[in-house]
Design a protein around this ligand. Sequence first.
Ligand code: HEM
Length: 62
Amino acid sequence: MEGVTGPALVNAGQYIMYTEFKDIVLGGKGSMPGFTHVSEETLEALYRYLGGTHGALISSSV
Ligand code: HEM
């Protein structure tokens, strides 16, 4: 299932590396706006919430 305006993010942490996730959230991607005010702590919490394991493993979807 996709999001209303973007792709589904459930388990995004399992196919996107933390560094890439951070770049997307801070800088945006395609029609997604960047959120420059998000702290590192919040980014890590979001990434973990989406199934990520903080930078380890996982191949990029891009
Ligand atoms: C804190 C909130 C958000 C987070 C953590 C987030 C995270 C992400 C991530 C990780 C991707 C890449 C997904 C992938 O490549 O499979 C993505 C893509 C996308 N997001 Fe968001 N997003 C957020 C908010 C939003 C909002 C508010 C919008 C719309 C206004 C949006 C629109 C999009 C779109 C359109 C894409 C696809 C971009 C492309 O591939 O060209 N996102 N988002």
